[in-house]
Design a protein around this ligand. Sequence first.
Ligand code: 1GP
Length: 238
Amino acid sequence: MFLRLDEWKHVFKLDPDREIADEALERICLSGTDAIMVGGSSGVTFDNTVDLLARIRRYEVPCMLEISDREAVVPGFDLFFIPIVLNAGDPEWIIGQHHEALKEYGNLLDWSEIVTEGYVILNADSEAARLTQANADLSLKDVEAYARISDRLFRCPVFYMEYSGTFGNMEWVRRVRGLLTESRLFYGGGIDGPEKAREAASAAHTVVVGNAVYEDLERALATVAAVKESGKESGHYD
Ligand code: 1GP
């Protein structure tokens, strides 16, 4: 499948470790979102990932796996997103896991399916921050430096500002978008409905909606139209 990552404005992130009913999944997949990202910080296994992939595959929506555990790498996704957690305290999440994975599978990978994400975790209270021992106590200058590492040094296709569980600083998100040249800016965290989705869409290139799917499906679904409309109003389609 030929995918235009640079045109994606809205992504739902589904956690294989959380229950989702068939009807809810159908509405998510047919919502008009640009893609479904499968991933989570804990409890992700090969079995629950295969199961979710098979259910999403009933629909045509592009589907990618954000890899957080190499034991749970399931073939058959359209793309594989590999986070490099730039502000991790534990180097496992910057390079350790990646090194081990490539020792094992390096000669088997289809590199055209791999997308690296320069990843910065900005909510110290999130599961991802705990897992990676991230230093989330950052200034805007710190985040900008990480953005340049992602964009200019590592040339990652995606720079991800991860506020998982809380709504972030949109002024910072907007400033960071302004300095990226190659990385596409993904924003995720605390989008609980169309209002915040609209705000985030005016600041980032792509917004990711996770928890809301499980908390309030109707409001989660409403984020899709909000994001698409916001692109039209502001005239920014980059
Ligand atoms: C999590 O960035 C995503 O990895 C989305 O965050 O769950 O807070 O929407 P929320």
